[in-house]
Design a protein around this ligand. Structure first.
Ligand SMILES: Nc1ncnc2c1ncn2[C@@H]1O[C@H](COP(=O)(O)OP(=O)(O)OP(=O)(O)O)[C@@H](O)[C@H]1O
Length: 289
């Protein structure tokens, strides 16, 4: 019996392009995500983070290699994988509670196992999740009546409703302001501890990745491949004070340095300084002449 929940085995992805050579987005990604592990994917823009997550969700097919969930190949979307996107994706014409129930009854219909006791249990769990998220008073509100942070909490509650084994999150807090993000981080850590789910989390924000994850995977771009994997030396018990600790700052710096190195971004600013000095000399010479 393996403790690996999600296994990426030499995953590659190529998108066809009209009149051009196909675009190779991912190449030979091999990664094991353990049961109850929280793994964050970071990397330069366009390195294929979302594509990798979508392959795990079964929304895209790998061009080569495969993804296994508990040892079985992923062949399409499934209720055992919950997905949360950046743009809350709630139905605006449904209330908070209806948003939860509607998506669940759709899934139940798809699996043809709908029955009253199952749906009754789901409604109870829906209430419990809304309670945990501080959203119980808003169960009859419409998404437009809620702040961005509250809408995203509804989307997370909806994804957790069917007790997914794996939660796939694509920049879930990308549209929120800094304070709301911090609140959401602690809420997510709390949920993670209670629900004991396995999380694969895509983000641009290295601090967010280091604060939340057990391991942070840096992808290098063109084509996307694994550059480095960083295990966090601290345990689950985290609070905002961790961000001030030297080991946290150092870890963040190491990961940022890898992203800069892999993206080919200029980190040696001496060239710019030399150019500025050269420009100043030239300017003085012109004024003198
Ligand atoms: N369906 C598609 N068809 C063609 N190209 C695609 C498709 N989906 C993604 N791509 C391309 O694949 C590359 C990787 O995209 P992806 O969104 O996975 O990267 P990312 O690392 O998540 O980017 P970002 O950090 O900017 O969100 C990009 O060049 C993108 O344009």
């Amino acid at each position: 019996m393996t403790s690996q929940k999600l296994q990426f085995q030499s995953v590659g992805k190529t998108f066809p392009r009209k009149g051009e050579a196909p675009l190779q987005v991912l190449d030979g990604i091999s990664l094991d995500v353990r049961d109850n592990e929280f793994v964050a994917l970071v990397g330069a823009s366009g390195c294929g983070k979302s594509t990798l997550l979508r392959i795990a969700a079964g929304l895209e097919q790998a061009s080569s290699g495969q993804v296994l969930l508990r040892g079985a190949p992923v062949q399409g979307p499934g209720a055992e994988r919950g997905m949360v996107f950046q743009n809350y994706s709630l139905y605006p014409w449904l209330t908070v509670m209806e948003n939860l129930r509607f998506s669940r009854s759709l899934k139940a219909n798809r699996r043809k196992v709908r029955n009253d006791s199952e749906l009754g249990g789901i409604v109870d769990r829906g209430y419990a999740l809304l309670e945990m998220m501080g959203l119980a008073p808003y169960k009859d509100s419409y998404p437009s009546q809620l702040s961005g942070g509250m809408q995203q909490r509804v989307a997370i509650a909806r994804a957790l409703l069917s007790s997914p084994e794996v939660l796939l999150m694509d920049e879930p807090f990308g549209a929120l302001d800094a304070q709301t993000r911090e609140v959401m981080h602690d809420l997510l850590l709390h949920l993670f501890a209670v629900e004991r789910s396995t999380v694969l989390f895509v983000t641009h924000d290295v601090e967010e990745a280091v604060y939340l994850a057990d391991r942070v995977v840096v992808l290098a771009p063109r084509p996307g491949r694994i550059d480095s994997i960083h295990a966090m030396p601290w345990g689950y018990e985290r609070d905002q004070g961790l961000k001030l600790k030297p080991e946290f700052v150092q870890m963040k710096g190491e990961i940022l340095a890898r992203i800069r190195a892999t993206s080919g971004m200029q980190t040696d600013f001496s060239l710019l300084e030399r150019m500025a000095k050269h420009g100043a000399h030239a300017g003085r010479r012109q004024a003198h002449d």
